[in-house]
Design a protein around this ligand. Structure first.
Ligand SMILES: NC(=O)C1=CN([C@@H]2O[C@H](COP(=O)(O)OP(=O)(O)OC[C@H]3O[C@@H](n4cnc5c(N)ncnc54)[C@H](O)[C@@H]3O)[C@@H](O)[C@H]2O)C=CC1
Ligand SMILES: O=C(O)[C@H](O)CS(=O)(=O)O
Length: 485
């Protein structure tokens, strides 16, 4: 029987149990349990920060902000490279920690750590590519110069589904731009963030530049991070509902805001698609992290003429996926908690009561959810208008290209979309009409540090990764030099 304990780590110094502020570990009397979602065992206790102590992180960051933004781009690049190298050296322990606290299969956890490291590596180079402009002046006695400067102290709040990569995707860009950084990770998965903090210390990143505050009073902590006047920018990844609340709070001090929110991705298989490739792509796009990602395929539209052959291929592939303990040889881990299981069950039962057909039902442990295929779904069902966040494939059919594009766009979200076709005219026509920030064309996994990750509509705004990702942490300054002879 696989033991599920932190003792399995090679280097137990990576297990940290309190907030990391100004290079120190802040103890507090109150603690909260960190639970393994597969068996609900308590992994460890973590100090529950008193919201009144969150300001200590703000002060620490503010006190070192000028020194940090006055380092050279090369110096910041070197710090980031050291951090990335340490994360790579500790990859196995970081992956084990992530699977223990979040549940995803170890192979996926390794993938997430590498994905998270790729953002640090990407921005260690982007730090050296912050460029300005010159522009034609109104007279020869003038010179116009445009420079870019770091926005200042950045605060962030991140979710439990990618407890490593959602932090590095923000922190790496912030540090590269010359901004000090404070993050509140989800109280469900604080250990990955705290291990990252320990490695930032080992990388020599100066005290106060990278800070992690952990606690169960997300509301109170969030109020400090969204309203404190010494925080210039706020970045959030999580649900649209919470994103709206935090955006309102950040408006009180007119902070720069980036929002990476929920999704409701359509996945369209046209009649000219490579069905084998589309089925493989859908397995990846639907079942990664047991369906708990904001870019998961949430609605699957099949051309009527290929529905039967596609479903046969897809169902056979789905039967190969095993659900269970992420530490063992499985492809689907547990959901994050019982509330998540109840939410998915309600959506499925509601869909069936509204006419959906249960086409396939896999097996699952008590803390998992069975891989499921529902057919005969319609856009009016709750399951079509909500982010499922579970391993449930909902099948819709269509006969007309314009109709399916209209249905795909029929959502308040606009994060990711996918479609499979081998006709270039149909590909360009469809890509131009889909209202989403990111589109996978004949591809089910599109996440890449070199590409701009982000959405439109109620999936938020701002971009993370790519050369666009630095702009969110920079202010443009216009200098007008006059009276030149
Ligand atoms: N667009 C994107 O890149 C991503 C979006 N998400 C979305 O997030 C949801 C799942 O993740 P969850 O962690 O459950 O989302 P969530 O929005 O409930 O929580 C996200 C973070 O916000 C914090 N939080 C919750 N209520 C808060 C409040 N009142 N004030 C301050 N902080 C608060 C939580 O502690 C956590 O750290 C799904 O809707 C998913 O689509 C998740 C990951 C990535
Ligand atoms: O939280 C998420 O869902 C991630 O943003 C998805 S990805 O970046 O890992 O694709």
């Amino acid at each position: 029987m696989t033991t599920s304990s932190l003792k399995q780590l090679t280097d137990n110094s990576l297990v940290k149990n309190s907030s990391f502020i100004n290079g120190n570990w802040l103890k507090s009397s109150a603690t909260f349990d960190v639970v393994n979602p597969f068996n609900n065992s308590v992994l460890t206790q973590v100090a529950d920060i008193n919201p009144s102590d969150v300001e200590k992180a703000v002060i620490a960051a503010k006190n070192v902000q000028l020194a940090w933004q006055n380092t050279t781009a090369n110096e910041r690049s070197e710090y980031l490279k050291k951090w990335a190298n340490l994360l790579t050296e500790n990859l196995e322990d970081l992956a084990l920690l992530l699977t223990l606290e979040q549940g995803k299969p170890l192979a996926e956890a390794r993938g997430e750590i590498k994905y998270g490291i790729s953002y640090i590596e990407w921005f260690s180079e982007e730090a050296k590519r912050v460029y300005g402009d010159t522009m034609p002046a109104l007279s020869n006695s003038q010179q116009i110069i445009v420079t870019k400067q770091p926005v200042g102290v950045v605060a962030a709040i991140t979710p439990w589904n990618f407890p490593n990569a959602m932090i590095t995707r923000k922190a790496a860009a912030a540090l590269a731009a010359g901004c000090c950084f404070i993050v509140k990770p989800s109280e469900l998965t604080p250990l990955s963030a705290l291990a990252m903090a320990e490695l930032s210390l080992q990388a020599g990143i100066p005290n106060g530049v990278f800070n992690v505050v952990v606690g169960t009073n997300a509301k109170a902590i969030g109020e400090v991070l969204t309203t404190h006047p010494d925080i210039a920018k706020f970045s959030f990844t999580g649900s649209t509902a919470v994103g709206k609340l935090l955006t309102k709070q950040a408006a009180s001090t007119v902070k720069r805001v980036s929002m990476e929110l929920g999704g409701n991705a359509p996945f369209i298989v046209f009649d000219d698609a490579d069905l084998e490739a589309a089925a493989t792509g859908l397995i990846a796009a639907k079942f990664r992290n047991a369906g708990q990602t904001c870019v998961c395929a949430n609605r699957i539209y099949l051309a009527e003429s290929i529905k039967q052959p596609f479903l046969e291929i897809f169902t056979e592939k789905l039967k190969q996926l095993k659900q269970g303990n992420g530490l063992e040889d499985v492809q689907l881990g547990p959901l994050i908690n019982k509330a998540a299981i109840d939410k998915v069950s309600t959506l499925v039962n509601n869909a069936i009561s509204q006419g959906a057909t249960l086409h396939y039902l896999g097996e699952a442990s008590a803390t998992g959810y069975p891989a499921t295929i529902l057919t005969n779904c319609t856009n009016s069902m709750e399951i079509a208008q909500n982010e499922i966040f579970g391993p449930v494939a909902t099948i819709f059919t269509f006969t007309n290209e314009q109709e399916v594009i209209k249905q795909a766009n029929d959502t308040e979200y606009g994060l990711a979309a996918y479609f499979y076709s081998q006709n270039i005219n149909r590909i360009m026509h469809t890509a131009n009409q889909l209202k989403f920030g990111m589109i996978g064309i004949n591809e089910g996994i599109i996440s890449n540090a070199a590409a701009p990750f982000g959405g439109v509509k109620q999936s938020g705004y701002g971009r993370e990764g790519s050369h666009y990702g630095l702009d969110d942490y920079l202010e443009v300054k216009y200098l007008c030099l006059g009276n030149l002879v």
